[in-house]
Design a protein around this ligand. Structure first.
Ligand code: DC
Length: 236
């Protein structure tokens, strides 16, 4: 890999629900960099495969879907919406079903290999820099990244944040609903375990990654991350 090009990449990894996507989008916007959310590529690949009944999962077929994705899938950088052939495809990608299919697609070695090449090409395109986020960016995709950040947030806080989405009819403090909170916490802990113990590209903090606790209000967190990136890049 071309080490020089890696100097444009900020690799951000972290568990599901840690708030890294919104944080990276805002940070990239403030720094005038490109933001790439790699999870959305796993979702778009799952979506496109689900539209091809009898898909055989051979290397050739997977590569052909990836080529189509490179051509037809883009982000609208002003609104932050994913586009397929120019049409917003947020609903298709963010459904519960697509999350499950994406997680299965992410276990497939042909998919990972094909997307790795896509990510490496896309990560080097913007001379102003790219913030690429996912699970294995600092460990597998850009081990020579200019800066690696591991965004974390305790499972308890993630459960509290998810509470409002999953139980919109329950009012007040989530701590008043210990059973519901406990069930969310269990789901989150199980998913963390699956992500960090899987054989293929498990979620682990790269040794040289900086640990970033995303537990402050959003604007404060984004401002902190902007400062960390600026100060790290000014030393290079
Ligand atoms: O972040 P997300 O939930 O949109 O990601 C969708 C799936 O893709 C999820 O199962 C984790 C997986 N993924 C991955 O394995 N490696 C990445 N770099 C990004 C996402």
């Amino acid at each position: 890999m071309n080490q020089k090009k890696d100097t444009f990449v900020i690799a951000v990894d972290g568990p599901s629900g840690s708030g890294k996507s919104s944080l990276c989008r805002e940070t990239a916007r403030r720094l005038g960099m490109t933001h790439i959310n790699t999870g959305s590529y796993y979702r778009v690949i799952a979506w496109q495969i689900s539209l091809r009944p009898g898909f055989s999962w051979t290397q050739e077929e997977v590569q052909s879907v990836c080529h189509e994705i490179e051509e037809k899938f883009h982000w609208d950088s002003t609104t932050g919406n994913p586009l397929w052939e120019g049409q917003i495809c947020l609903k298709q990608l963010n459904s519960e079903r697509m999350g499950k299919l994406a997680s299965q697609a992410a276990q497939n070695t042909h998919v990972r290999q094909a997307l790795k090449e896509v990510f490496r090409r896309h990560g080097c395109m913007d001379p102003h820099g790219t913030i690429m986020e996912g699970r294995d960016i600092g460990t597998e995709i850009f081990p020579g990244a200019a800066l690696k950040i591991y965004v974390d947030l305790s499972a308890k806080v993630r459960a509290e944040r998810r509470f409002r989405d999953e139980y919109p009819h329950l009012e007040g403090n989530p701590d008043n609903y210990p059973l519901e909170l406990e069930s969310l916490l269990t789901k989150i802990e199980q998913r963390d375990m699956r992500d960090s113990e899987r054989d293929v590209a498990p979620l682990i903090k790269a040794e040289d990654a900086l640990l970033f606790q995303n537990d402050k209000p959003f604007r404060e967190s984004a401002a902190n991350l902007v400062e960390i990136i600026k100060s790290s890049l000014s030393k290079k």
